[in-house]
Design a binder for this molecule. Structure first.
Ligand code: PLP
Length: 415
């Protein structure tokens, strides 16, 4: 057995961490340990001034001229290109727009249309609710069949669906357990039977090296406000592999997806490229915030970020094992870092109240019903000592039983 760790060993790891300077790119509140960047990323320091400039100068002074003069109009494509660099895609395969839910709707309908005669949508039991709801809505609308199976049964279910399989829809990292799917293996299995894949990158884009092109992924969507730090409700993104760009159709034929939006023609003609996945006018202030936030990734090597995310997760699990034994916690995430995204889920029957008590002490994670305490480790700003302090705080919350206070039991709207 390893000797127990000390805080000063972890301070040394921070000292040696090549990513440590990236923390300076963020505005983090004093006295807070933020372990929820997998839900809402932290504020990048330069974003407030950039948004202020967009409001006061570009909107206030430039007015409608800013669509051309301030580069507003091509922002979705420009941001798409920046995100593409983080997810192993080509610049012209990604565009920033709408929400993850809406983009998933678009790509699932698009996938069914790309595979006429095939009617099975295959998904994961326990996927994030929006993914389940959207897939089931699409199945109903398109006369398709949604089959959801346990993660370990996927490859078998793909083979079973065979030439009826239209598309496999999965979240790369499960929102609750943090389990990381084998993107290359599952994509290849779907392709072997002639099906497509549509990956939701909500919990992987911006924290681990996603390889969409190398894995031959057909379609993907992802979130702008988690590890990409774009701000609450930031625009999402959609990816369509180059080979499908000419054929895929969005079910929402809005004017920004038209080949020539400003020709104002009556008939719809989809744009030849990724713009066809656009719908309407982009929310510029949110686009500006997201674009500026992406500057936090300058010079960051995703493989290095991945190594740190794995190490932080391993450290958290080790400290929980060492310091919280006997307090009723379980580990719901894979213990093997290679099979886990940048988050760790603990289970506890009083998880909600415990998380509230923890937040009251300045350690912010979140709760997912029925019993999951979720901790995210965004390697750009979370330090090794933060993990030590977070677990020590959790121990204090448990030892003192302060989570039993009635105030911590009252459920808030957002958990
Ligand atoms: C896997 C996954 N997909 C999608 C979403 C959110 O979708 P939207 O931004 O449309 O609310 C989340 C939010 O947590 C998520 O975890």
């Amino acid at each position: 057995m390893n000797p127990p760790l000390t805080r000063s060993q972890l301070a040394q790891l921070d000292h040696d961490d090549p990513l440590a300077p990236c923390r300076e790119r963020f505005l983090l509140p004093e006295g807070v340990i933020y372990l929820d960047g997998n839900s809402l990323g932290a504020l990048v320091k330069t974003v407030p001034a950039r948004v202020q400039q967009a409001v006061v100068q570009e909107w206030g002074q430039g007015l409608i001229r800013s669509w051309n003069d301030a580069g507003w109009y091509p922002a979705p494509q420009r941001i798409g290109a920046a995100i593409a660099a983080l997810i192993g895609a080509q610049a012209h395969e990604v565009v920033a727009c709408d929400s993850t839910s809406v983009n998933l709707f678009k790509v699932l309908i698009g996938a069914l249309q790309l595979r006429p005669g095939r009617r099975v949508i295959l998904g994961e039991l326990g996927n994030f609710p929006t993914d389940m709801y959207v897939a089931s809505g699409v199945a109903e609308l398109m006369g398709a069949e949604l089959r959801c199976v346990a993660p370990d049964e996927l490859e078998q279910a793909i083979a079973q669906a065979g030439d009826a399989l239209a598309v496999v829809t999965l979240t790369h990292v499960n929102y609750k357990t943090g389990r990381l799917y084998d993107m290359a293996g599952i994509t290849a299995a779907a392709h072997r039977v002639g099906g497509l894949v549509a990956w939701d990158l909500a919990h992987s884009a911006g924290t681990l090296p996603v390889q969409l092109n190398a894995c031959a992924v057909d379609l993907a969507v992802g979130c702008g406000y988690k590890y990409l730090n774009g701000g609450p409700g930031a625009p999402a993104f959609v990816y369509v592999a180059e080979q499908h760009l000419a054929q895929v159709r969005s079910p929402i034929a809005g004017w920004h997806g038209h080949a020539q939006p400003f020709a104002f023609t009556q008939g719809y003609e989809p744009h030849p490229g990724i713009d066809r996945m656009l719908v309407g006018t982009a929310p510029q202030l949110a686009m500006v915030a997201l674009e500026e936030a992406l500057s936090a990734f300058q010079g960051v090597e995703m493989a290095q970020l991945r190594r740190k995310g794995m190490a932080l997760g391993d450290l958290f699990i080790r400290l929980v094992d060492e310091q919280l034994a006997g307090h009723g916690f379980g580990v719901a995430s894979p213990r093997d870092a290679a099979q886990r995204g940048s988050q760790v889920a603990l289970t506890h029957e009083h998880g909600y109240a415990i998380m509230q008590a923890l937040i009251a002490r300045g350690v912010i994670g979140d709760f997912r019903a029925p019993d999951i305490l979720r901790f995210g480790f965004a390697g750009l700003y979370v330090r090794y000592v933060d993990i030590w302090d977070a677990v020590a705080t959790l121990k204090a919350v448990m030892d003192s039983a302060e989570w039993r206070q009635p105030a911590f039991m009252a459920r808030k709207a957002v958990t």
